[in-house]
Each structure stands twice: as structure tokens, then as C-alpha cells.
Design a protein around this ligand. Structure first.
Ligand code: AMP
Length: 361
């Protein structure tokens, strides 16, 4: 009989299955991290051409609302995680009857609704941008008059990569065409930040917290263009940013990873913009810089594998390959220090994330 604990663990892992809700690039990279440890991967997504299907042991093409399919899927998995916040909450609650779910139901509930998210963070005494729920143009006008002469109008739910966001001032408000019937919106004060950073935090089942060092991010029209590690910020801001991210992860009871996006203002105030209870685009540099990437970390937490410390081997500039700058891929093919990650999406479209390159130094 084989009683070597290490061999037993390897054997046990090969019998484990991770289910992932969402078959985009994040689902794919989580799946690849699991697969590298010998864990089987099942992906669940309504879209036939989901890139994560390419690396899955099995996949389901089905609506998240289909209870029969989600039940069959959940029963086949030892654990289920999600790659994006827009998985319907009811779907995850239903799945939790048949399988363990990570990083949790509560973090999904909070992160998929901007109002719940901002109120939750504000209650922890952490700064968020001043905002108000708006139900009419008159509400927006009042906010503009009282709080800020320019605001961002954001959808409360289903917004990502700058989608569902508009810059509004008193002049363009008249011409604004949106339906307040079908969607809820917030008006949010525009922050004149000097830098945008993000912090990825890992929280394990024992509640132990480890934070990656912050990265510095550049966005264009709400879409992440590049992330730089390390962020060029003072030590005390780095410390504060990491403490904020850890506090949010703890209070959300995350078991997995959490990304926290923040603004740093000219007087060094930190304002939290958004959270995501999953690996994040601004943490892709960890794949080629660290001993344990954000994807590896999530899998290790779920399957009780140790994370002793995070090591950093390089500086890095992560560039997103969007449909409109696909040329970057061909350019990077010629460069030794460019680590290319292409997601395998079937159509190249402007503003669509097609892949990324980690340029290590
Ligand atoms: P979000 O979808 O809320 O993460 O916003 C995407 C990007 O839009 C952010 O990363 C910022 O670059 C920008 N942005 C969002 N909210 C604000 C704000 N209140 N003030 C200034 N810029 C913002």
C-alpha cells in the first residue's frame, strides 16, 4: 500500500474536478492553472464559442438559468467558482446546494451591484467616490448642481470595461438618451486622480490573507490598456492600499482571490473604485512575474494547497491586446522578453480583449 502523503495528494488531485461558471479568458486561465495541477476542469457557459472550452475536460453550453443543467454540472464538481460578476446570483445559490462554491455567494451579491458595493465599502470607513442613485434627468441635474459639474453615469448592474458608462455635464444632459425604465443608474463624481492602482488579495479557508504588491493601471475609455508592476507609489501608500484590500476581502468573507481597483488622488487619498471577487485583468502580470499567479492562487485556496509566500522575479508591463491593436501580437512574436497569452476568441473586434503580453524586465 502506498502511504507516502505526497503521492497520495497527487493521486487525490487527479480525482478532483473544478467547475467554472463562465468560459471567457479568465475561466480559461483559471482552468489552465487547475489543469497544471492535474485537476479536471468543467466549464459552463451559454456561448457556443467560449474560449475556455478549448482547455476543458468537459463543458456545458447552457443558460445559467437552466436548473437541470446546472444541477448535473454542480454534482460533477468538487468545487465551483465563477469568472465574472454577472453570473446570476440565483444560479450560484442553487449550485451551492450540490457543490462547494468559491469565493462565496456574498461577494458575488455585493460585487454585481454598484450600489451595494459602494455602500458596503463605505461602511468599512473606506473612501468611495460620491454618488447617488438617479431615476430621472432631474435627479442627474440635481447631483450636477450640488456635487460636481461633471459626473459619470454608470449602470448599477451588468457594466464592465466602461460599458454602460457616460460622462455627463449640464450641457450634454439635455441630449442624453437612456431608458430609466429598463436599467438603474448611479451618477458618480469624477475623481481627478493622479494614479490608478489595483491590489489582488488571496484569502484562504483559514482566513489567512496574502496580498500581491499593487500594480499601476492605465485605462482608455474605461478599458484597461496596460498594467505596470511595480506601481510607482510611496511605501506608505502601498501599505495602505494593501490594508484596504485585505480588509474588504476579510469583511466579504472571500475564500479565493479578490481584486480591488483604487484611485490615488493628488493629496494621496485612496478611493476604491471597484472590486471583483476573482482573478482580474490588472493581475495578469503575476503569470510571468511570480512563483504563484493569481490563477494558481485561486486553485490552491480551493483545493487546500499551501501558499507560503509570493515571490517576484521581474518587473513587468502587461499590455492588453485589443481587437484594434492586434498588431501587438505580431510585434511581440519577435521579442524574447514578451510573454504572449492569446485567448483564442473566434473574431477580432475593436475593444474586445483578444489576449495580453507580459513584457518582463
Ligand atoms: P469602472 O467600470 O467603474 O471600473 O470604470 C472603468 C474606468 O473608468 C476606471 O478604471 C477609471 O479609469 C474610469 N473611472 C470610473 N469611475 C471614475 C470616476 N468616478 N472618476 C474618474 N474616472 C473614473
Amino acid at each position: 500500500m502506498n502511504t507516502n502523503p505526497k503521492k497520495l495528494l497527487a493521486k487525490a488531485l487527479s480525482k478532483k474536478t473544478l467547475g467554472i461558471l463562465g468560459g471567457g479568458q479568465l475561466g480559461k486561465m483559471i482552468g489552465m492553472a487547475a489543469s497544471r495541477l492535474g485537476i479536471k476542469v468543467i466549464i459552463f457557459d451559454p456561448k457556443e464559442d467560449s474560449p475556455a472550452f478549448q482547455i476543458a475536460d468537459k463543458y456545458y453550453i447552457s443558460s445559467f438559468e437552466d436548473k437541470e443543467k446546472t444541477k448535473v454540472f454542480a454534482r460533477e464538481c468538487d468545487a465551483v467558482t465563477y469568472e465574472f460578476e454577472n453570473v446570476p446570483l440565483e444560479c450560484l445559490i442553487y449550485i451551492s446546494k450540490f457543490s462547494k462554491t468559491y469565493p462565496g455567494i456574498f461577494p458575488l451579491k455585493i460585487s454585481q451591484d454598484r450600489v451595494l458595493e459602494k455602500n458596503f465599502i463605505h461602511k468599512l470607513n473606506i473612501n468611495v467616490a460620491d454618488f447617488s442613485v438617479v431615476k430621472s434627468k432631474k435627479d442627474i441635474k440635481n447631483f450636477l448642481i450640488k456635487k460636481s459639474n461633471k459626473v459619470l453615469l454608470k449602470k448599477v448592474k451588468q457594466g464592465y470595461d466602461g460599458k454602460g458608462q457616460k460622462k455627463i455635464d449640464l450641457r450634454n444632459l439635455k441630449n442624453l438618451k437612456i431608458s430609466f425604465k429598463n436599467n438603474n443608474f448611479i451618477a458618480e463624481k469624477i475623481i481627478l486622480f493622479k494614479k490608478e492602482i489595483s491590489v489582488i488579495v488571496i484569502r484562504d479557508k483559514q482566513g489567512r490573507l496574502i496580498s500581491y504588491k499593487p500594480s499601476e493601471n492605465n485605462h482608455r475609455e474605461g478599458i484597461l490598456i496596460e498594467s505596470n508592476y511595480p506601481a510607482k507609489i510611496e511605501k506608505k501608500i502601498e501599505f495602505k492600499a494593501k490594508s484596504i484590500a485585505k480588509k474588504i476581502a476579510k469583511e466579504l468573507n472571500i475564500v479565493g482571490v479578490l481584486a480591488v481597483e483604487m484611485f490615488i488622488t493628488r493629496n494621496n487619498e485612496i478611493i476604491v473604485n471597484e472590486i471583483a471577487p476573482r482573478p482580474h485583468n490588472s493581475g495578469h502580470w503575476t503569470m510571468d512575474v511570480c512563483n504563484i499567479s493569481q490563477f494558481d492562487a485561486l486553485v490552491r485556496v480551493i483545493f487546500d494547497l499551501p501558499i507560503n509566500s509570493i515571490k517576484y522575479y521581474h518587473k513587468c508591463k502587461m499590455i492588453n491586446i485589443l481587437g484594434e491593436n492586434y498588431e501587438q501580437f505580431f510585434h511581440s512574436l519577435e521579442k524574447a522578453k514578451h510573454k504572449i497569452h492569446i485567448y483564442g476568441k473566434n473574431k477580432i473586434k475593436p475593444k474586445r480583449k483578444m489576449g495580453h503580453v507580459n513584457i518582463i524586465d
